[in-house]
Design a protein around this ligand. Structure first.
Ligand code: SAH
Ligand code: F3S
Length: 480
């Protein structure tokens, strides 16, 4: 290619860029519900639409396009979204030019039905179809139906550089896998997010390097099941068995990926979520032990302490295997915090099953927990094969017992920090007081302490004087 032409093209590119920036007159209001992955996806969507002439706004009333990234995990999550659509409807009456789009899991689950059920909706886009948004918006402008809910075998958005939305400038999410192949019988995710695929490790490292250069200090690697991360050149996880010998020999698994990112940015903190007990390997634990900058914190959902219920949930491990994994974690990693997800009142759960959940909790003494009542999801194996037979009152009572016990354990865990000095990465001002900073320890516990001359993004050593069940309170004793 001749040099003149090259220069010419670069110039054209630059003018186009300038024009684009000026042209960004349309306003996008985007809101996310549900898991961290949805929040991360919204940043990808914002990036795609920035290139289409949109700037984001936090004022719903002035938006030309309102997007809601939705969650289907429990019925209550869907109800929250429907309520929000009512609010959008009221605003649309004042601003009839406003378009409303639904993204994420509810879009995928309900597809065209959304347009019929919620008259306000102009656009329905599933989690793998965000790159089609520019075309879909043209359809909307032309007054046509705009629905794309096609699930993909390859899409990882590796080539989209996310626009960071409403963050603190210190911590960020980076997605490493999409979809899930596990088919837990209660869970709608495999239906709404499709088959599992992993993202090119090089694009992950590049994104992390960019974040570091922008001043970010902590990254959480995201996936429905990070332990099953596997890059062998692209494609579905389930097709790995057909990969070539070279692909197999050079594949990157989760332990390798952790090693890669922790080495690439040795001063950045790394977390990951979510781990699945059936896939977590000892290598991951050794890699965590090897790198100081990988936080000693594992979110390890268990769902139930009863092997019979675990089997009915299609979780691929028993109570005993889970306990063995906990023991392994405690042996390999000192001071590792562990948190849980637990479901109360799964079909057929007896009082004995419930007691087994409580006794497992008593054994592990989790640092935190996310606890839910079972909510039947249409289309799942549990909905098709089992009756949602636990009365609401029983579900509620069991959930309350689980929550009460968790609070006791959280308080026990935070108490252990009193008198100790911990490393805190400052994230933001404390919600309760503008004279205090709020940050987290590697174990993910929130710490609040007087600001002095420190600032967000600083790693500070803090001596802990007091603790509630969720927060540590102390005083800085110096920069790390
Ligand atoms: N692996 C995923 C899990 C997604 S769902 C992740 O990255 O977090 C998060 C949690 O929601 C699950 O661990 C489970 O405890 C809960 N959950 C999922 N489906 C549910 C249902 N039908 N009813 C109640 N809770 C559910
Ligand atoms: Fe859902 Fe089980 Fe996957 S909880 S996201 S099917 S690991």
């Amino acid at each position: 290619m001749n040099t003149e032409k090259l220069i010419d093209e670069t110039k054209q590119g630059e003018t186009l860029q300038l024009k684009n920036n000026k042209k960004n007159t349309r306003k996008l209001f985007i809101e996310s519900y549900g898991c961290q992955m949805n929040f991360s996806d919204s940043e990808i969507v914002a990036s795609i639409l920035t290139n289409q002439g949109f700037n984001t706004t936090s004022q719903l009333e002035e938006a030309d396009l309102v997007l809601i990234n939705t969650c289907s995990i429990r019925d209550k999550a869907e109800q929250t979204v429907r309520k929000r659509l009512e609010k959008f409807n009221a605003v649309k009456k004042i601003n009839p030019g406003m378009k409303v789009g639904v993204l994420g899991c509810m879009a995928e689950r309900l597809k065209h039905k959304f347009l019929e059920e919620e008259k306000i909706v102009d656009l329905v886009v599933g989690p793998d179809a965000y790159k089609d948004l520019p075309n879909l918006l043209e359809e909307v402008d032309a007054g046509r139906e705009a629905v794309n809910v096609i699930l993909s075998k390859e899409e990882t958005y590796a080539d989209v550089s996310p626009v960071r939305l409403g963050g603190n400038g210190v911590t960020a999410f980076v997605s490493i896998t999409r979809g899930c192949d596990n088919m837990c019988t209660f869970c709608v995710v495999p239906f709404t997010r499709g088959r599992e695929r992993s993202r090119d490790p090089q694009s992950i490292v590049n994104e992390i390097n960019n974040l570091w250069n922008q001043g970010y200090k902590e990254v959480t690697l995201l996936g429905q099941n990070v332990d099953s991360y596997l890059w062998y050149g692209g494609g579905l996880k389930k097709d790995f068995k057909n990969a070539s010998e070279i692909q197999k020999a050079t594949a990157t698994n989760f332990a390798k990926l952790l090693d890669l990112v922790a080495t690439a940015q040795p001063n950045m903190r790394f977390r990951f979520s979510t781990s699945n007990p059936q896939d977590m390997t000892e290598n991951v634990l050794h890699t965590m032990a090897k790198h100081k900058n990988i936080c000693n914190y594992i979110h390890l959902p268990v769902q139930s302490g009863s092997t019979r219920i675990l089997e009915a949930m299609n979780r691929q491990h028993t109570r005993e295997e889970y306990i063995q994994l906990i023991n392994k974690i405690r042996t390999i990693l000192t001071d590792c915090a562990i948190s849980q997800d637990i479901i109360a009142g799964f079909p057929t759960e007896t009082e004995e099953d419930h007691q087994e959940t409580l006794s497992l909790m008593e054994y592990v003494k989790y640092d935190f927990g996310f606890m839910f009542m079972y909510s039947e999801r249409p289309g799942t194996m549990a909905a098709r094969k089992l009756t949602d037979d636990i009365p609401l009152e029983t579900k509620k009572r069991r959930l309350n017992e689980i929550i009460t016990l968790q609070q006791k354990h959280s308080a026990y865990r935070t108490r252990q920090f009193i008198g100790k000095t911990v490393e805190v990465l400052i994230e933001k001002e404390s919600k309760r007081s503008n004279e205090h900073w709020s940050g987290r320890t590697p174990q993910n516990t929130v710490v609040v302490f007087p600001k002095e001359n420190y600032k967000p993004g600083d790693f500070v050593m803090v001596k802990i004087d007091e603790a509630t069940s969720a927060t540590l309170i102390g005083k800085a004793v110096g920069q790390k």
